[in-house]
Design a protein around this ligand. Sequence first.
Ligand SMILES: [Zn+2]
Length: 293
Amino acid sequence: MNRLFISAAMVGACLSLASAAAVESVPTADYFPAAPQAAPTVEPGAPAAVPQKRVAPQKLAAMPKPALSPKLVEPHLRILRSGIAAHQRVALTFDACMGQADERILSVLVSERIPATIFVTARWLKRNPQALSVFLANPDLFELENHGQNHIPAVDRPVSIYGIASAGSPEAVRQEVQGGADAMRAAGIAAPRWFRGSTAKYDLSSIAEIRAMGYRIAGYSLNGDGGSLLGAAVTEKRISSAKDGDVVISHINQPTHAAGEGVARAIVALKAKGTEFVRLQDVEDTGDDRTTE
Ligand SMILES: [Zn+2]
């Protein structure tokens, strides 16, 4: 009886922690330094398994409660619809987290003259001067925005997200944001106005802190490549199905992942359908979780 009670209590605790983290089944952002071929089997954001130990109910009640995980949000962002029947206006956004540049995507954007918004980290800029020169040589196509200094989740309390530690304090969140902006300035990029943190997850207080620094926070409405971990066909289908007003998130830093091939094909398919591509700086938008108002 006691054993059943304890097991049920622990399962309940795990479920409530998992739901508090507001996780979803497919990762949004790319934080895996290696190149995994499939989504992790552990649900992202779920707490690590804790060995079960029998504890008498009265002792359990007397134990101090663990600190609650911060409530994480993954804000949505949409752009103003065109309002024209059978006409789609879509904002393609790409994260350049770390690693390299995906020439499959970059070359299509340039050759097809597709405007896009690219979120870069200081780490990525340091390793990819050639791709940066392509961005800077095409100012009519590329809006460059801030993805942080070291690709650390912009959450101001300690928490593990998809296995990586958050910034953990307001000061560390500000450093992640400012460090990204400083690197952009040093690289000759115009001052960023949008910020998107690693993992695209925040807590409400970190959103307020980042906005106090003068940024709007870039959510998304369509997860195009599942953190660059989806297959080419699935990625192509997802992005090709973008609707009027969608903000698509995908990655431009994983040239060895199949997803990038799907991204490149979808861009061509959307253009063939007559899609109007816009950058975030060019259009009105609405975001939730107090990210843009
Ligand atoms: Zn990223």
